[in-house]
Write a protein that binds this ligand. Sequence first.
Ligand SMILES: NC(=O)c1ccc[n+]([C@@H]2O[C@H](COP(=O)([O-])OP(=O)(O)OC[C@H]3O[C@@H](n4cnc5c(N)ncnc54)[C@H](O)[C@@H]3O)[C@@H](O)[C@H]2O)c1
Ligand SMILES: N[C@@H](CCO)C(=O)O
Ligand code: NA
Length: 429
Amino acid sequence: MKPLRIGLAGLGTVGIGVIRLLRENADLITARAGRPIEVVAVTARDRTRDRGVDLSAMRWHDSATAVAQDPEIDVAVELIGGSEGSARDMVRTALERGLPVVTANKALVALHGDSLSRLSAEKNAPLLFEAAVAGGIPAIKLVREGLAADRLLSVGGILNGTCNYILTEMRATGRDFTDVLTEAQAKGYAEAEPSTDVDGWDTAHKLAILAGLAFQPVTFDTLSVQGIRDITATDLKFADQLGYRIKLLGMARRNETGSVAAWVRPCLVPTSAPIASVDGVFNAVSTQGVFSGPMTISGRGAGEGPTASAVVADLVDLARGTAIPVWGTTAVSGPVDCADLADLNSAFYLRLNVQDRPGVMADLTSVLRDHNVSVHFVSQHDAATGCADLAIVTHQVSEKAIHAATTALAVLPVVTGKPLVLKIEDPLT
Ligand SMILES: NC(=O)c1ccc[n+]([C@@H]2O[C@H](COP(=O)([O-])OP(=O)(O)OC[C@H]3O[C@@H](n4cnc5c(N)ncnc54)[C@H](O)[C@@H]3O)[C@@H](O)[C@H]2O)c1
Ligand SMILES: N[C@@H](CCO)C(=O)O
Ligand code: NA
């Protein structure tokens, strides 16, 4: 049996995980793939580092591009990361040669998926990226293959383990964001520069890919993105009392006009929703299809084992000879801009810190009335002396109206601190 020969760039968490998994499960992988899968060439930044695995049988190259140019490989695997530079050069070089590529790089696919999909089609060279969305969860396979026959109405979910861990810990312990973030960094969940995770960009990368598979490729810059930095322990307490959990969601929906509304937002999710109980570093992906109905899968969205499992599953597909277009269809148009969200209706949670004295509520409700925002529920907690935290839940109202009302509330003398607005969302409705 002729092996499938792999050239692999990047020997970090995922790269070493792939080598370990291929070794440990060699027999079953060979049986399922129909032939052995062997890493024959590698590169990383530092050749001398001991990574705890034996690399002596593999050719070492001095660059990722050199790996992609190796004449003795059948597949290039890119596990470096970053949307530009070496990762992009390697993937392009391999595809130009007509070589299949497997990558875990969500930033690369989210930002350059359009040009890479064209190159992949032109050269008849598959580009697979199961590990890029929700790590070990087969999210790409779910949408692109499992639901290939259905018209989807929505796709999205909890796509970043670091944020889900932070929100889960804040709720469980009552600690504030910065405190838990420091712990997440110490445990190695969050990046040393955590902005990609906590400001929503990692979720946005994954969402752009899911939207591209479910609907059509979208221009990344037109996604609306909000992270979790402004969430406080008070918000998690209010959410609990109101029957919700706070989750960072990435959601995409096809609206009536045919355009795709896609956003990343911390949301209040009803505790009855399947994803409300997805906690810690776990991820979840929900779909709503015309024929298939509602569906949710959850599991580990990151880490050595789960991510390697997804990369190697792609390699098994290639060994079997499976060839699927990048976006799951040959009729690709785009990328298109995401829809403007101003007129999108939703219920909202509004948290305000106010002076605790007579007449305050009248001042607040008159602003809400002037902006046509109808109140469903109000709850109050004493904060510092003379101050109170207020949680207001609205009826359905447009994004435009709630944001105009919040801007007007923020400048009232009785409102202290910056108000927070969170969408109330059930991904399956
Ligand atoms: N770690 C996870 O849990 C996880 C989950 C899903 C997807 N991913 C994605 O997988 C990819 C790899 O992530 P990771 O966590 O293994 O990263 P890492 O930082 O642990 O490893 C990166 C590797 O790339 C090498 N590298 C860096 N620059 C290079 C260059 N110019 N040329 C050659 N090698 C270079 C480094 O030496 C290192 O071996 C990224 O795209 C990441 O987004 C990671
Ligand atoms: N930083 C990402 C890694 C997986 O893509 C997360 O926290 O989910
Ligand atoms: Na996945």
